[in-house]
Design a protein around this ligand. Sequence first.
Ligand code: DC
Length: 237
Amino acid sequence: MEQHTILPSTIAVDGPAGSGKSAVSFAVAQRLGYLFVDTGAFYRAVTFLALEQNVSFDDPAALAALARRVHFDMTPDLDNDGRQYTMLADNRDITPHIHSPAVDAYVSITAAAADVRAALLDTQRRVAARGRVIVAGRDIGTVVLPNADLKIYLDASLDKRAERRYAQRVAKGEPADLAAIRRGLAERDTLDTQRDVAPLLRASDAVYLDTTFLTLEQSIDAAMRIVLGWHTARRSG
Ligand code: DC
């Protein structure tokens, strides 16, 4: 008899920057035919537009007004040029702009603004409600989708995460300084875990996956095993 694997329709993946969250979530989404929803991209989108429109990062109300004014959406890669997704702001494709060093430098400020988070919460839930989604971020299992079918928390040591970011920059031919990247990640860890609203936190019902000693392929395989074993684990759990 043919075996049908019952899959979780909504998968939440949380963890710090450089834990492999995006690469693993994207690969799993591709294997399952799901949409990868990178929620960091929404905070990055607001940050990019704020820089473009000279909105002050000292003014959380202005950042929140911007987040409310713009209609954000995330779709599969529209150009089919290997990108993990397309980030749309009022139907404008801003994907190429949201991973710049300038956005990296300011995005934690945007993400710490409670009213920005409130504005983006509905957007993220609207996109996730389409189902067959892997939603990656910091507060997905705890705040955005507390009822997600499956929650995974990905982790890796700070040194390892810095090495990975460094290698990514070098591979793209961008200037890279390992010590500076490590400092930047440590700072973002502090901001993301210690902020008052929706800090990075492991949900009590999340499956913990440490990727420090795993290659990307091994991390993807480990995540796939968790996804494919979800139904059995739930029945026996
Ligand atoms: O995952 P990333 O590096 O693209 O995230 C960018 C920033 O947004 C980072 O400071 C963490 C924050 N973030 C958040 O606060 N909540 C999320 N769900 C996703 C990202």
